[in-house]
Design a protein around this ligand. Structure first.
Ligand code: MLT
Length: 201
């Protein structure tokens, strides 16, 4: 997968896996990675799907309606890419924290929904429930921070609440930060995520 890897200055820190929103690319979240942890290694990935020229991490049938078969395929593809990248760049495969926005948060959520050992933690900005009606792996020891907008028309408050419940029921330590905003990613929610990350990692 097309990506950027930047080696951090502190090898005890997790590697931050940056996953952009629809229409973004691997450059987008680099400043946010720097706000979360300027000493951590960064692996920033571009989604392999193009929707009318806009990169995404998996196909959708309509807005908010995911192509589940493609979601499962692309989740495996990203999971395998993480295995390969950790060997190539020599970072700890078992110490990755995803930072995803919107479509990127949804593929990060899908990694958690499908693999027990994909991520050590995740910061999910404006996520949805990636898939319903499946049994999640055991996620004990996984830490998740969700940020959501009370007025987000795309990733509705109920989606965030349901996602928190699913992750908690699987054993993940999960919290939510609410903003009185819509779908945009705000500085304050990134700052909240950075505070949370400092406490947990
Ligand atoms: C998705 O398709 O992942 C969500 O609708 C968010 C987005 O628009 O990217």
């Amino acid at each position: 997968m097309q990506h950027i890897f930047q080696k951090g200055t502190d090898e005890t820190k997790p590697t931050l896996l940056l996953l952009h929103g629809t229409g973004g690319n691997e450059q987008d979240l680099l400043p946010i990675g720097g706000m979360i942890d300027p000493t951590a290694s960064i692996l920033s990935v571009r989604g392999n799907i193009l929707e009318h020229g806009m990169p995404r991490f998996f196909r959708r049938l309509a807005e908010g309606v995911f192509d589940e078969e493609d979601l499962v395929f692309r989740t495996k593809e990203l999971y395998e890419f993480l295995n390969e990248a950790s060997e190539k760049y020599g970072f700890d495969r078992n110490h990755i924290v995803a930072v995803g926005y919107s479509n990127g948060a949804n593929i990060a959520g899908s990694l958690l929904f499908h693999y027990q050992d994909a991520l050590k933690g995740a910061i999910l900005h404006h996520p949805m429930v990636p898939r319903r009606g499946i049994e999640l792996p055991t996620l004990n020891g996984v830490h998740v921070f969700i940020t959501a907008g009370e007025n987000d028309p795309l990733c509705t408050p109920q989606e965030s609440k349901d996602l928190k419940t699913f992750l908690e029921n699987a054993g993940a330590n999960t919290s939510i930060h609410w903003e009185y905003n819509g779908h945009q990613l705000t500085r304050t929610e990134v700052e909240e995520a950075a505070e949370w990350y400092k406490k947990v990692f």
